[in-house]
Design a protein around this ligand. Structure first.
Ligand SMILES: Cc1cc2nc3c(=O)[nH]c(=O)nc-3n(C[C@H](O)[C@H](O)[C@H](O)COP(=O)(O)O)c2cc1C
Length: 233
């Protein structure tokens, strides 16, 4: 059966077509310097929950999304959609729905163990970042491929692929000078409804983006050391 092409899977079913890939090799000294610089810059990234309402250059956000969309993905199916929400009315509806879910969560749905895990973060059910941050990216997973004619095809490793894409997006935003928050109101079904996404898409995260507010504070967290996370065999 022939597979209907659509824009999400540009090479689905094509034959193998090798092309040369010979990027210039970075010498070891340059590599070490770049790695050390990136390690220090990435260690400066913090999740921000209090945003300035100052606008950000929109192209920086689009470029960061484009960086996220270069991520590797299972069978190169690129099972992601990034919705950049600018309309203040839509943002207000997302905030109202998110806060309604979060209220139920914080009032007990999460359970004591989860609430205990969240305690050091100082979070609650009030989510001003959803309307304060000048940009809001809602990331959707395409749980399966849905062609315009209704044909469905399986997508492989969707969680892993979208997680990697979001990691690359967050890195790009941070290295471009913008702050972000990965917000996962649970359950997130309302996002597909408010944003009118197709049935094959499931919300993965809401990512407010902007500059930290002048009085922004972050929890005093400690990251695991490299020794604690790296095993060399
Ligand atoms: C998958 C995922 C879901 C998260 N969900 C929320 C959330 O719903 N609300 C929130 O305030 N922070 C959320 N966070 C942010 C984490 O709390 C934060 O990354 C963590 O506390 C470490 O802080 P740091 O990012 O400043 O290093 C989430 C992060 C990830 C990766």
């Amino acid at each position: 059966m022939s597979v209907t092409k659509n824009k999400w899977t540009p090479t689905h079913g094509d034959p193998y077509r090798p092309v040369p890939y010979t990027p210039a090799r970075m010498d070891a000294a340059a590599s070490l310097a770049r790695a050390a610089e990136l390690r220090a810059r990435m260690d400066e990234r913090r999740t921000v929950r209090q945003f300035s309402t100052d606008p950000v250059p929109e192209q920086v956000v689009r470029d960061a999304i484009a960086c996220g969309a270069t991520a590797p993905s299972g069978a190169h199916q690129q099972p992601w959609t990034f919705v950049l929400v600018k309309d203040p009315d839509v943002r207000r509806r997302i905030r109202e729905a998110a806060e309604a879910e979060e209220q139920v969560s914080y009032e007990g749905r999460l359970g004591e163990e989860w609430l205990e895990a969240l305690r050091p973060l100082g979070t609650d059910d009030v989510k001003p970042h959803l309307t304060d941050a000048p940009a809001l990216i809602v990331v959707f997973q395409q749980r399966y491929w849905l062609a315009e004619d209704g044909t469905k095809r399986k997508h492989y490793y969707v969680d892993e692929s979208v997680g990697i894409a979001v990691g690359m997006l967050l890195s790009a935003l941070h290295l471009s000078g913008l702050a972000a928050l990965v917000h996962t109101p649970s359950p997130m079904r309302f996002l597909a409804e408010v944003l009118g996404r197709p049935v094959n898409e499931k919300a993965f995260a809401v990512i407010p983006v902007g500059y930290p507010a002048d009085d922004c504070v972050v929890p005093d967290l400690v990251r695991k050391s490299l020794d604690q996370v790296l095993v060399e065999v």
